[in-house]
Write a protein that binds this ligand. Structure first.
Ligand code: SAH
Length: 511
């Protein structure tokens, strides 16, 4: 029997910190880096090759949105955190990596998610074919391996699965997933869609794509989709509310009846975007105001956030995309901050369309389910100041050594729900609920106890048994900073007039 020992006893979680970013007002207009500054930057030593590349791009185009910076840091072809910056023989996960995640802590996590999908498959009428398992951001592949081991016990469901899809940006992690799920010797072939291999435990085809858009949408398919700690890695834009003298026409205010018209002499409230620009040469942690907790192990940040002095393409439309942002502008006024993740909304819309159908992809009968597990406010509030950098289990400045640190931000679950519901009239959204409640309702404690008993039964050392119990407790810890409260689950399921709640979200298993 496979070892059930604790997978990663310690290590920092990506969702654990409450950061605060020093921000400077832009001294220059967004495209006005002087030639002298550009020349000075040429001689400047940048902390990573990616930092140099970013600085060159910024000196040509002006400061860039935080989302562009984040995207480059995480998934740039050269030197992105998930796409090659980490040295050989090391990955992001576990004690030797940068952080730990739930599937790496305990097998119970993935098993319960497998059970959740089985429960949905049962409740939705046991479709006999066309079932797809899709994981977005699968890390080492551990969650999928644990889900598959569980789903295999339900023969009818296993036989209804057509294919497994893995959405993965990192070539290194894609290979790690292939090795785990298909075997080190299994060949991987490339096609127009992505990369292909065969799962060794189920003989099912596994297809790797870089984005979910590459996975075909079929009206008869029943997709079961999981995204664990994926949405937090999607790039965010940050906006701050400012007072704008009324003499300038305000495009933001012109669509908002609650704001004074630009014809009056009243100042208007506008959103301005926070942009990323290089720090002045010779900056130190103290001149930049890096919090001491973030300055221990990195050189001074190469970049900093500055507030754009004029509207940007994004500041004109993203904060207008939801009444939630308009309410914050009227309620909090100047100084209010919001984080918006357009990619999260696009992903949520795609997931909802796959389950419920949409105008572009009509579906005769909604089917399948999506489960998003991540960290972020569970009370509907918009994330603020949540960008964080993590490296080797320590909090670091997101602007130091770009590409070498993991960057993530709180997930705006309310925005995910809003986008899913807007995309498909045939889905409903449940949650977010705390991870502790979700896993507890799924029978996690009982499963952890059974694993501990089994370990004891085969004569495992007391320490191993204690590890199994400790790992489970860590997943559902409700203390301050505990995973049970920090992490949340949100489900997108076929609309059923509120008659059936999914298990873990207040419902029971229906066979
Ligand atoms: N779900 C895993 C891994 C979380 S880390 C776990 O819980 O252990 C984030 C994962 O998302 C990694 O696999 C990373 O390579 C992938 N990823 C990050 N940004 C991505 C993007 N834009 N597109 C596709 N995959 C991405």
């Amino acid at each position: 029997m496979r070892s059930i020992a604790l997978r990663a006893a310690r290590g920092c979680l990506r969702g654990q910190f409450t950061p605060s970013l020093p921000c400077r007002r832009a001294a220059q207009g967004s495209r006005s880096l002087s030639v002298t500054a550009a020349r000075r930057d040429e001689e400047r030593q940048w902390s990573t090759p990616l930092a140099k590349q970013l600085a060159e791009a910024i000196s040509a185009t002006g400061p860039v949105p935080l989302a562009s910076y984040m995207r480059m840091c995480l998934t740039a072809d050269v030197g992105g955190y998930y796409t090659g910056a980490i040295e050989e023989g090391r990955d992001q996960f576990g004690v030797k990596g940068d952080f730990v995640t739930s599937p790496e802590i305990s097998q119970v996590f993935g098993e319960l998610i497998g059970v959740w999908f089985v429960a949905e498959w049962l409740a939705q009428g046991r479709q006999k074919q066309g079932v797809e398992l899709i994981e977005i951001g699968p890390g080492r592949g551990t969650l999928m391996a644990d889900m598959l081991r569980t789903i295999r016990h339900f023969k009818d469901m296993s036989q209804s699965i057509d294919a497994i899809y893995m959405v993965e940006a990192s070539p290194t992690l894609r290979m790690a997933q292939k090795n785990l799920l298909c075997g080190e010797d299994a060949p991987m072939t490339e096609s127009k869609v992505g990369y292909h291999s065969i799962c060794k435990s189920t003989s099912l085809p596994i297809v790797w794509t870089e984005t979910i858009k590459s996975i075909p949408i079929g009206p008869e398919k029943m997709p079961f989709i999981v995204a664990h700690e994926f949405f937090d890695a999607l790039p965010i834009h940050v906006f701050q509310c400012v007072d704008e003298p009324a003499t300038q026409k305000s495009p933001a205010a012109s669509t908002d009846r609650s704001s004074p018209s630009s014809k009056t002499s009243q100042p208007t409230l506008q959103w301005r975007e926070m942009l990323v620009s290089p720090t002045p040469p010779g900056s130190t942690h103290s001149s930049l105001g890096t919090p001491p907790s973030q300055s221990r192990s990195t050189p001074p940040p190469d970049f900093q956030l500055t507030l754009a002095r004029t509207p940007t393409r994004h500041s004109l439309y993203l904060p207008e995309s939801s009444p939630r942002y308009r309410a914050i502008r009227s309620r909090t006024g100047p100084g209010a901050l919001i984080e918006i993740c357009p990619d999260a909304s696009l992903y949520a819309a795609d997931l909802a369309a796959r389950v419920g159908g949409s105008a572009a992809h009509p579906k005769p009968r909604p089917s399948g389910a999506a489960l998003v597990l991540d960290y972020g406010p569970g009370d509907g509030s918009v994330p603020v100041n949540s960008l964080r950098g993590i490296r080797r289990h320590e909090r670091v400045s997101p602007f130091a050594e770009p590409g070498l640190a993991d960057l993530s931000a709180d997930v705006d679950f309310a925005a995910v729900a809003e986008s899913a519901l807007r995309s498909s009239a045939a889905v409903e959204v449940h949650g977010p609920v705390d991870q502790a409640d979700f896993l507890g309702a799924m029978g996690g404690r009982e499963r952890a106890e059974a694993l501990a008993r089994a370990a004891r039964g085969r004569g495992a050392a007391d320490a191993e048994v204690a590890d199994v119990e400790r790992a489970w407790k860590r997943l559902v810890d409700r203390g301050p900073g505990g995973m049970g409260r920090l992490y949340k689950a949100l489900a997108i399921v076929p609309e059923n007039g509120g008659r059936r709640r999914p298990v873990g979200f207040g419902g029971d298993v229906e066979a």
